[in-house]
Design a protein around this ligand. Structure first.
Ligand code: SF4
Ligand code: SF4
Length: 476
């Protein structure tokens, strides 16, 4: 039997099947122990996180009192670390050519019915202008795996193009990248190109299920894929984003795997993941989700998010437009700190405009939340959140352990809060509808006076004024 070793370089040791199975068994056998669950919650309330075993026990516990305590603790930790700020981003699909055989994704190589497309640099310009004109400042680049068509040179050139475009007051200030697992050398190139976070979803941590769902292509190598974040870190990328596609297998397995992955990165590199994404599987062309019978109910989904929030308090948590308005509202309340808005999941979807999306069959998945960015910004403001277009940290060199040590000392909020206000003011000036503008004005006037640090308050007040007069891109 392969032994569990959190610091190992080998995937089978740090995402250890025996340890995950033993954790699930331990959690099931202690699931009625309310006193133990409450002891774990008391520890979690100190904000230092939980081990995968402790978190698994909370997830297994169905006692209504414990479940409500989990939600309330998740809310208070979120409030303490992230306040009511929600960071906004949009995905940008560069190419849906792919040589892999992922059975849950319509871009898989065997799908002959989906239109294939790869954006030229000119088409990327059009996409980026459309995104800037909505108000986006932060993108997640997406591309299928194809060594010839989607080579690293193509990705690097695309990143350069994106950063170079300044349409009216628009700018993409942070490009996160979600491309296939690659080599240390190529991760170094991405780092040098100035990417923000490198994002790669594990899909499922179960090796057995992973190998069934990935019958062909380089991605079929579970160990190479699972060790990708280690190579990214060795290549100098210290902000990495992990995630599992819930619904591919038993959610308990992937929940424990995600936390073990986070523990591994922390143990080996001294920095845990920058973000965790929690997508749930959605229908798409050539994909029938009835083939995946591990669907996660809303109630379980909410618990997964809340327990992740308290288990890894300093890791941002992301939900996409795969989720509906209602379910996004539900998880924003218990821990999500970043959401996408007005997303198009097809190649070239932004410049084509909204109507085209629904006649175009090239989307990676159906979106559940199809509102415009302005509608989402207004909705967040109505709910009492502050939509933030902040991209400051990596531009100020606050990445990896620098970021984490500020976060753990509770000081990152001193940057996030005024940055959220200033970027919301930019959005308000440049892109908001009259209704959203009215909501934003009120929130900004109230919030700036609530900033606790007097110096920061004064500077922010002055900068908000200057943004109103046409200046842009202030940051702490
Ligand atoms: Fe290709 Fe990614 Fe889709 Fe797999 S999930 S088929 S690697 S685009
Ligand atoms: Fe994110 Fe840093 Fe901006 Fe805070 S200050 S919202 S952590 S980029």
């Amino acid at each position: 039997m392969i032994e569990y070793n959190v610091k190992s370089e080998q995937a089978a040791e740090f995402i250890n099947h025996a340890e995950i199975s033993a954790t699930i068994e331990y959690a099931a056998s202690h699931s009625h122990d309310v006193a133990l669950a409450e002891q774990i919650l008391a520890k979690a309330s100190e904000g230092q996180g939980l081990s995968h075993r402790e978190a698994a026990l909370l997830l297994a516990c169905n006692d209504e009192g414990v479940v409500q305590q989990i939600f309330s603790l998740a809310r208070s930790i979120k409030q303490r670390i992230y306040g009511n700020r929600i960071v906004m981003f949009a995905p940008l699909y560069l190419s849906n050519y792919c040589i892999n055989g992922c059975t849950y994704c319509p871009y898989h190589a065997q799908n002959r019915t989906i239109p294939r497309r790869k954006l030229t640099q000119e088409e990327i310009r059009q996409e980026v202008i459309a995104l800037q004109d909505m108000g986006h400042k932060r993108l997640a680049l997406e591309a299928g795996e194809h060594p010839k068509l989607n080579s690293i040179e193509y990705i690097l050139e695309s990143i350069d193009t994106i950063y170079s475009i300044h349409h009216r007051n628009g700018a993409i200030r942070r490009v996160n990248v979600n491309i296939a697992a690659t080599t240390v050398e190529e991760y170094k190139m991405l780092k040098d190109a100035g990417i923000g976070t490198y994002i790669l979803f594990q899909e499922t941590y179960s090796r057995e299920i992973y190998e069934k769902l990935h019958p062909s292509g380089p991605k079929s190598n579970w160990a190479y894929h699972t060790e990708a974040m280690d190579r990214a870190m060795m290549g100098g990328i210290d902000d990495v984003g992990i995630g599992a596609l819930f619904g591919l297998t038993d959610y308990r397995y992937d929940f424990v795997g995600l936390l073990m992955h986070a523990e591994h990165l922390e143990a080996r590199f001294g920095v845990g993941p920058h973000t965790i994404s929690v997508p749930r599987i959605r229908p798409a062309s050539d994909i029938d989700i009835r083939d995946f019978d591990n669907g996660v109910t809303d109630e379980v989904f909410r618990r997964i998010v809340a327990i992740l929030r308290i288990a890894v308090p300093y890791t941002g948590m992301i939900v996409s437009t795969r989720e509906s308005k209602q379910s996004r509202e539900m998880v924003l309340d218990v821990g999500v700190s970043q959401i996408s808005g007005a997303s198009r999941t097809s190649v070239g979807g932004y410049a084509q405009g909204a109507e085209q999306e629904y006649v175009d069959d090239s989307a990676q998945f159906d979106i559940s939340d199809s509102r415009t960015l302005d509608e989402i910004v207004a909705w967040l403001l109505e709910l009492g959140y502050i939509p933030s277009f902040c991209t400051a940290c990596y531009r100020e060199g606050r990445t990896g352990d620098r970021f984490m040590s500020l976060a753990k000392r509770g000081q990152i909020g001193d940057c996030c809060w005024p940055n959220a206000l200033m970027t919301l003011r930019e959005y308000m000036e440049d892109y908001a509808s009259p209704y959203t503008r009215q909501l934003a004005e009120k929130v900004l006037a109230e919030q700036v006076e609530m900033l606790t640090n007097e110096r920061v308050r004064e500077i922010t007040r002055a900068r908000l004024q200057m943004i109103g007069e046409g200046k842009r891109d202030f940051r702490f």
